[in-house]
Design a protein around this ligand. Sequence first.
Ligand code: AYL
Length: 535
Amino acid sequence: NVWNGDMVVNSPFQDIVVPDMTIVDYVWRNLDKWPSKTAVVCGVTGRSYTYEKLYKKSKNLAANLRKKFNIRNDEVVGIISPNVPEYPLVSFASLQAGAVVTTFNPIYTAHEIKRQIELSDVKIMISHNDIVPVLKEALKLAKIDIPIISININQPLPENTISLAELIEDDNIDCSILNIVDRAPEDVAFLLYSSGTTGLPKGVELTNSNLIANSEQQNTEIRQYRYTTENNQDVTMAVLPMFHSYGLSILMLHKLASGLKLVTLPKFQPESYLNALLKYRINLLYVAPPMVLFMGSNPLVTPRHFETVHKITSGAAPLPRADINKMLDQCPDNVSFYQGYGLTETSPLATMSDPSNKVYESVGYAVPSVKLRVVDSEMRNLGPDKTGELLIKGPNVMKGYRNNLEANKETILEGGWLRTGDIAKIDKTGLVYITDRLKELIKVKGYQVPPAELESVLKEHPAVHDAACVGIPDPITGERPKAFLVLKPGAAANHKEIVDFVAERVAPYKRIKDVEFIETIPKNASGKILRRMLR
Ligand code: AYL
C-alpha cells in the first residue's frame, strides 16, 4: 500500500542511495568499462566522440577555462547551442572547471538571451557558431563584454571569438590546475530557467546531488536500462533539446552515465529524424507529445521505423490517449510505451508509468524516494481519487530559485514540499493522473511559454494599455497563447501590428496568432489577472 496514514503517497519502488560525488565524477565513474564505445554522434554529419575522447577533450577544455579564462569555483558559464556532439563536452568541461552551467534556448531572440545573461551573471559564453551573431547582439543590448568560445568544429571561426576546436585539441595542457577545483555534492551544477507557478523565468538551482538522484531514480524495476557491455550498447536519439531539463537530465546525463550511445539532431525535421532512426538502429525513443502525434499520423512513418525500438517515453506536456493509440497502432507489439511527468524544479522526472498495466493516460507512480501529496486550497491532504494540487518531495527537488526568497517561500513549503501548480488525482494503487494546470504557465509543444513574459512584451507596444495572455487548446502544439488587449484611449492597433510586434521579440514557439481586444482585463481585488475567466 503506497498511501500512508497521513495520506502521503509513497513510491512503490525501493528507495535509492545517492552516490556522494559530483555529477561529472558520476558520469565518468564507469569510463574504464567502455572507453572505446561511441558516446555521442551527430545524426547529420556523423561526427562522433568515444567515451575516452569525450573525457579527454572535456578535460583539456576544463583546464583551459581555468588557465586562459580564469574561471573560478561557482562562476557561471553560459551554453547556447542546438544538440551537437560537443554539447556534453562543453557542459562537462565547465563543471569540471568548477563552474555552474546555465543553458540557453538556441532559438531565443537577442532580447530573451539578454535577460538570462543579466540574471545569471555569466562570465563566459560557449556558443554554437551559427548563434554567435544573435549572441553578440544580446551582449550589446546588455552592455556586457565577455568572451565567446565558438563551437566551430569544421567551420570557420567567427570574428572576435575563441576557437573551441583549438582549446580541446590542446593535449599537452597541464591538467593539474584542476586540482584546485572545489566542488561538493550539495553545490549547484546547473542553473536552468523556469517560470514556476507564476511570473517570469527564474533560475532553478539543481545541485550535483539533485541530478545524480534523478539519474538513479530512472532505474526502476519497471524500467531497467540495459547498461553497456562488450556486446551490447543501447542507442538513443537526442532530438529533445539539451538546454531543457528533459534533454539535459534524461538524455545527456543519465544516458552518458549509463554508457549508451547518443545520436544528436540539432532540430526535429521529419526526414532526417526518420532516416536517423533507421541508420543508427535506435532502441530508446524520447519524445514530446507533438512527436507522438507525428509518429501516429504522418504518412512518412511506417512500422519499419520502429523495428529496432523497444521503448518509447513521452513527457513534458499532456498527451491525449487518442494520439498514443494511433502511434501504438504503427508499432510492433514488443514496443513498450511510457509516460514521464515532472518539472524542471524536480530535475525533472517525478513520476513514471508502467506499460504492463496499459493505463497510458496516467503519468504513473512516484519514482524511487519521491513522496506525493494532493492538497486542497488550504494545503490539507486529500485522499485517493480526490482532485487537488500536487506536491512533490524528494532528493531531486531543486535547491531553490536563485536569489529569489519570495518565490522560494511560495513554492517550497515546510518540510521541503514543492508546489507543482498542477492539478492531479492519485488512485488507491498510487497511479497519478494530471487533470489540469492551476499555474498560469502555457505549454507549447512541451516548451514553457510564461504569460507574464508575453504580457510584458505586449505592454511595451505604444498603443497597449493592459494585456493578459492565456493558453488555448491546439490540436498540434497542445496549447497556444492568446492575447487579450485593452488599448489606450484614442490609440489604435490592428491584429497584424500586434502579431508582428511580438514576433520580433520572442522565439517562434511563443508567437501570438490570436488577439482579442476587450474593454478591461478581469482582475481580483489584489490586481491578479483572472485567467480562468478569460479562458
Ligand atoms: P517543465 N503530463 C501533463 N503535464 C506534464 C507532463 C505530463 N506527462 N510532464 C510535464 N508536464 C507539465 O519544467 C506540467 O504542467 O518540464 C509540469 O508542471 O518545462 C510542467 O509541464 C513542467 O514543465 C519526463 C520528461 C518530465 C519531461 C519532463 C518534464 C520536463 C520539465 C519527465 O519523462
